[in-house]
Design a protein. Structure first.
Length: 279
């Protein structure tokens, strides 16, 4: 059996899912690729990788994918790493510079601005550097490590996951593992094993990332354990489906396709997801 190419996102919030693949992987099964979220999605769409941690919105744009059950990068409230930062009050925003690594958060931003303020600002892709983003635009969307480490003193800021929760009462799913259907993968246990390994070595992740990002150990630990939810439970799936429905209603998606899952392995986290469910 050929080795599958697995695309891993190097952001802090993804590391607990990927730690086992990086440090304890079954080397006869996977070759690893490291890419930011948007590039990860582009590679799986182009067939350059077989499996990737993709932005949630990309599931609706890339045909013939299967979701690895039970695992995601989600938040049931404040997330801290998906921020709209503005130099004007939010209802006055007319232009937004977008972190070019983001896909799902861009759609989430457009939904929230319409829901809360009836806004449809001009959007511009940009490198995630706040000062240059705000030089010519009213606001900036930052995600991942750039959002966690940015200084927003004197600026308006909005945590998009918190705003979503306030508007809908639902959690938000930012990303999940997905594979190309043609791979025929039928076993999700390596992903559950990698996550369990990451949880068992969480202190190692925290220490490494505290040094790398220049953030206190306590802040990193709190973020990974209190802000990020790594399940893909029924509550998170309900939030995901609601996100897709709103995106379609606002014509940010032309259609929605049902969620299709890799067959659960029967080990690790409870496997309750159906193989398909309404999108």
């Amino acid at each position: 059996m050929r080795k599958l190419k697995l695309s891993i996102v190097g952001y802090l919030n993804a590391l607990p899912l990927s730690w086992g693949f990086i440090h304890n992987r079954p080397k006869d099964r996977f070759d690893l690729d490291f890419s930011p979220p948007a590039l990860c999605a582009d590679k799986i769409a182009a067939g350059l990788v077989d499996i990737g941690l993709i932005p949630a919105i990309e599931y609706q744009r890339i045909p013939d994918l299967r979701i690895v059950p039970n695992l995601s990068v989600a938040a049931k409230g404040t997330v801290r790493s998906v921020l709209l930062v503005s130099k004007v009050p939010l209802p006055q925003i007319r232009s937004v510079a977008l972190d070019r690594s983001s896909r799902t958060s861009v759609v989430l931003l457009r939904i929230l601005l319409r829901m809360k303020f009836q806004l449809n600002p001009a959007l511009y892709s940009h490198e995630p550097e706040l000062a240059s983003m705000l030089r010519h635009r009213d606001a900036a969307l930052l995600i991942g490590d750039a959002a966690l480490t940015v200084d927003t003193g004197g600026l308006y800021r909005c945590d998009l996951s918190e705003a979503w929760s306030e508007e809908t009462g639902k959690p938000f799913v930012f990303a999940f593992w997905a594979c190309r259907a043609e791979t025929g993968m039928e076993d999700s246990s390596p992903f559950e094993d990698s996550y369990r390994y990451g949880q068992a070595h969480l202190d190692d992740i925290v220490r490494q990332q505290s040094s790398q990002l220049g953030l206190p150990v306590q802040q990193i630990h709190s973020y990974l354990t209190r802000c990020i939810d790594y399940s893909l439970d029924e509550e998170n799936l309900d939030g995901l489906r609601h996100f897709y429905r709103l995106a379609r209603e606002m014509k940010l998606l032309s259609e929605t396709i049902p969620l299709q899952f890799v067959q659960p392995s029967g080990t690790g986290a409870p496997s309750k997801q159906p193989r398909s469910s309404p999108g």
